[in-house]
Design a protein around this ligand. Structure first.
Ligand SMILES: C[S@@+](CC[C@H](N)C(=O)[O-])C[C@H]1O[C@@H](n2cnc3c(N)ncnc32)[C@H](O)[C@@H]1O
Length: 297
């Protein structure tokens, strides 16, 4: 399916034009990329939560992202979760006193999130909506104290500059963005795929534009960012950087969880090292993800 749908040079060219603000955007290409990403996440929604919970690396990354949000805004704050998936973070946030609006572009993820929130009896604190980040103008402006986006939903947005403006407009003055974003330079990935001679796979994050990434037989259209490029886009929308750290720099990436399980003592040590050195200038730009906090000026 991935090959049949997406290796078409014409489609790719049209899509690259579509994400270039200076080009006439062919909406069909853009819509098709968004639709394919939506289908891909629909396809994994039912199993997503369980597979995440079973992966200690993902759990550790998630804990750090949520901790960053909880340090930035106090319970009672209004939080907009961008690309909430099955609501994994929304339940503990709501249980901790946050008022959450959770949006996702995948209908199946939204259904999962609604079920989870209903099971927890937290419907009065979490409003789950089937909405893309590119459709944020459907929400009331200047409502939220924080926007939160965990595990890369912002990498799936075709036009990050437009998304940054929409996010800024939904935040109150002084509001924060806490995002974990898939980074461009992941040393572990270069080693893992380089050692197997899979150079194309090793180089996938270096593509400049939107690239098709396979997910369980479907495709997620993804764009990889350096923290610098990401900050530049959000600075244009009125944000200033507050903090930045790497996630998955010394710790192997989540898909290497078998290795991590086998070498749990080593990985615990690497996690401690990452918690100390992951925010150091130079290395904080590398890693599987980066975790960034920005404030709307
Ligand atoms: C890797 S999952 C992360 C889910 C969740 N944030 C978490 O922490 O588990 C990425 C999520 O982003 C959503 N997504 C992708 N493109 C999106 C878009 N344009 N607008 C909103 N959500 C999007 C997907 O449907 C998926 O649920």
């Amino acid at each position: 399916m991935y090959k049949r749908n997406l290796t078409s040079a014409n489609f790719r060219k049209a899509l690259l034009l579509a994400v270039d603000p200076h080009a006439a955007a062919p909406p069909a290409a853009l819509d098709r990329a968004l639709r394919e990403t939506q289908l891909a996440f629909d396809g994994v929604a039912a199993a997503y939560d369980r597979s995440n919970a079973e992966n200690a690396t993902l759990c550790a990354m998630r804990a750090r992202a949520r901790q960053a949000l909880e340090s930035a805004v106090a319970p009672g704050a209004r939080v907009l979760d961008l690309g909430c998936g099955p609501g994994t973070d929304d339940e503990p946030l709501a249980a901790g006193g946050y008022r959450v609006t959770a949006i996702d572009w995948s209908r199946a993820m939204v259904d999962q999130a609604r079920r989870r929130i209903a099971r927890a009896g937290l419907e009065d604190r979490v409003d789950v909506r089937h909405l893309g980040i590119h459709q944020l103008d459907a929400l009331t402006p200047a409502t939220f104290d924080a926007a939160y986006s965990n595990f890369g939903p912002l990498n799936c947005v075709p036009d990050l500059a437009a998304a940054a403006r929409l996010i800024a407009s939904r935040l109150r003055p002084g509001g924060v963005l806490v995002a974990s974003v898939i980074g461009r330079v992941c040393p572990w990935e270069l080693v893992i795929f380089g050692a197997r001679g899979q150079w194309r796979r090793a180089a996938v994050r270096f593509a400049r534009d939107f690239v098709p990434v396979p997910l369980e037989g479907r495709t997620v259209w993804t764009r990889y960012y350096t923290p610098r490029a990401f900050v530049r886009v959000f600075a244009d929308a009125g944000f200033v950087r507050v903090s930045l750290r790497a996630l998955g720099l010394f710790v192997p990436p989540p898909y290497a969880h078998t290795f991590a399980q086998r070498h749990s003592t080593l990985v615990s040590g690497l996690q401690r090292l990452e918690d100390v050195a992951g925010a150091w200038p130079g290395v904080r730009a590398w890693g599987d993800h980066f975790l960034i906090v920005m404030r709307k000026a």
